[in-house]
Design a protein. Structure first.
Ligand SMILES: NC(=O)c1ccc[n+]([C@@H]2O[C@H](COP(=O)([O-])OP(=O)(O)OC[C@H]3O[C@@H](n4cnc5c(N)ncnc54)[C@H](OP(=O)(O)O)[C@@H]3O)[C@@H](O)[C@H]2O)c1
Length: 298
């Protein structure tokens, strides 16, 4: 299957200045990811003149308490409660942040389809095609699907967006919203599962690599906190250079001087078959994701 993105390659959109927004945003199911997005957007827009107001719904008293006591949220919400209908009614953009298996239960709540009518819906639900949501909402074509990554909570998400049915204004709005919490890639919906799997494998790899680097360092006499600080910053700086001006080949060449430590470390990694191990893990993750969605991404 060929990569089918809107341009020849997936488009990475760095955050950019945009006209002022006045938006009322609902998050139905403001759990881990909903709260990560909420806090990331609040933080990114804190000093701006954008006028964003949030309506948040959850199910349990414990989650309600958590949101009501969150000082970051105070003053920026117009509703925090357990009614999805009320949260949706007050908003013009609605994020679906509950668990995927709850879709039909939530959308069949009395009054919710009416409250969602003609609104821009952004589904975070992994594995749920937009057509399934549209079909429950009188075939609305204002439905986008976005898979943010865990980095959203520190404004470092890589959010994968499928928004083929949206008009240009809605699409620009979705991209803008997720640019507040990091970077975005626009992909065709048939590939969103593969992109999500690569993202998940990449996070897994980073954690495993950091853990192994720290263990190796400790075994050679470096303290665990020092080793972790060193590993995290080095992983970060390599990633930043790859995101910036350097190619993989350029970075490898510039690090690898004759008789140097780095080239010897690279060769030892190759002896341990680390490179094919990583590629295989990524391919396994993509195939596993396809298997979860019955053989294709969407
Ligand atoms: N976690 C990730 O890294 C990630 C990444 C990409 C996409 N996603 C997607 O994001 C969604 C949420 O994932 P999560 O990790 O944030 O899960 P989560 O922490 O369990 O959040 C789900 C939220 O939905 C609320 N909820 C439950 N039943 C509800 C109902 N009937 N109406 C409204 N809200 C209801 C829960 O409220 P209570 O807390 O009160 O039960 C909870 O706050 C999922 O669809 C997932 O596929 C997650």
């Amino acid at each position: 299957m060929s990569s089918h993105t809107e341009s020849e390659h997936p488009t990475a959109h760095p955050p950019a200045a945009k006209p002022l927004k006045k938006l009322q945003i609902a998050i139905l199911g403001c759990g881990f990811m909903g709260t990560a997005l909420l806090s990331g957007i609040l933080q990114a827009t804190e000093k701006s003149s954008h006028d964003l107001k949030f309506s948040l719904s959850v199910r349990s008293e414990a989650s309600l308490d958590r949101l009501q006591q969150d000082s970051r949220v105070a003053g920026r919400t117009q509703y925090v409660g357990t009614s999805n209908v009320e949260a949706a009614r007050l908003s013009d953009v609605v994020l679906l942040g509950f668990r995927p298996h709850q879709l039909s239960e939530v959308l069949s709540e009395p009054g919710l389809a009416e409250a969602l009518k003609d609104k821009l819906i952004i589904s975070l639900l992994a594995g749920v095609p937009t057509r399934q949501i549209s079909a429950s909402l009188a075939d609305s074509d204002r439905v986008a699907r976005v898979i943010p990554s865990i980095g959203a909570q520190i404004n470092e998400s890589m959010s994968i967006i499928a928004a083929a049915s949206l008009n240009a204004v809605d699409k620009e709005l979705v991209i803008w919203l997720f640019q507040q919490v990091g970077r975005t890639q626009i992909v065709s919906e048939e590939l969103i599962g593969s992109f999500t799997a690569v993202s998940a494998a990449c996070h897994a790899l980073t954690v495993v690599a950091a853990d192994a680097i720290v263990d190796g360092s400790v075994a050679e006499g470096i303290s665990r906190p020092e080793a972790l600080e060193l590993a995290a910053q080095c992983l970060r700086s390599s990633a930043s250079m790859l995101q910036g001006h350097m190619s993989i080949e350029g970075l490898k060449e510039s690090m690898s001087i004759a008789n140097g430590i780095t080239i010897n470390a690279i060769l030892e990694l190759d002896r341990g078959r680390v490179r094919p191990g990583i590629s295989d893990a990524v391919r396994h993750a993509v195939r596993y994701a396809r298997g979860m969605s019955g053989g294709n991404d969407s």
